[in-house]
Design a protein around this ligand. Sequence first.
Ligand code: PMP
Length: 402
Amino acid sequence: MHPRRELLAQRALGVTQSAVRDVFDIAMDPNLVSLAGGNPWLADLPLEELSRIAADLVAQHGTESLQYGPGQGLEEMRQAAAAVMAADGIPDADPELVVITPGSQAAIDTACRTFANPGDVVVVEDPTFVGALTTFNTWELDPVATPTDEQGLVPSELDATLTALAAEGRRVAFLYTIPSFANPSGALLPEERREEVAAVCKRHGVLIVEDNPYGQIAFDGDPLTPIAAKHRDNVVYLGTMSKIFSPGVRIGWALVPSALKREFYLGAESAFIHASTYSQMLSTAFVTQLDWQGHVRAVTGLYKERAEALASAVREHWDPAVDVITPRGGFFLWATLPQGVNTLELMHRGIEAGAVFVPGAAFTPVDGIHSTLRLAYPFVESEKLVEGARRLAPVVNEAVAA
Ligand code: PMP
């Protein structure tokens, strides 16, 4: 029971009571191997060049870089966002339709305030991004899970979900989807399904919010074309500097259909005025002055090595009844234990054994016992990942055997 419960809104109580919230704090303990947080590896950034640029931003451009800026974001930053989107597979994004936000988390929030009424449905993959679920709860929305398989959304299931919701007279604010190397499942939605998902949503008159922080972190081959590339009018596309540069700069963006741009950017302005001018300038410099794509290639190679080290350690030390998907990109390895194993309980035993993961319950709007878990590898060196998998092995194997 919260000591000042009477002062709090219902939605705030919901957030503070989340059973898995604490895991991200616990994961900071240096004695634990943390497989919990999705932190990118920053040690290989060109830090010397960045520090020169950062110092210049104050020394040479202090009165601009520390000043208020336009609500939609700086034009140079919107152009830089368009360059990043070109590498994502959207070659012709119009900077006029880009709204810069403090990370894509703020863009998800802006989508809610712009498109959703309290009580509306947001259709989500199951599992989906925990931060988005929290925001949907904050806006008093009803996230409805549509079934997925190892490749992500299943268009026929999505069609059935939307048909059923229409029959119940529910308003669907949008579909929230992460088609490339999803958080937490790592799933990569095939090209054909992307087209089918776009067609299903169009038929039902449902807007798509496509969240793509991981598309360029592809271990083999090029990024798959985002849904937004061919369906600009019905997709709000979210990008971010967080995984390719820095999450601390808090710079992301939305590419918005032209008919919705005005409302979206006024919504953004009412929430945060605009994203940090200084961070926008630093992020612009990263894209225009440094070999940012070389950096993305280098960290992607590192992440691939780490993902493989972790996947093989898990396969070697964990009971074969645990179903493991070797990631093809992105930040996460998703594992499914036999039905009935409660990974939320397992998490506590894992912490006692010296390693921490995020239990599947964090990533689903569906109540009940969940036997899935997420392991993050980008921020942990390979030997430590192997050590983490080893520490968790007796806990996992005992639960599987029980
Ligand atoms: N969307 C997804 C799918 C994510 O995984 C994350 C970060 N974990 C975000 C959005 C938020 O990222 P940002 O730092 O851009 O707010």
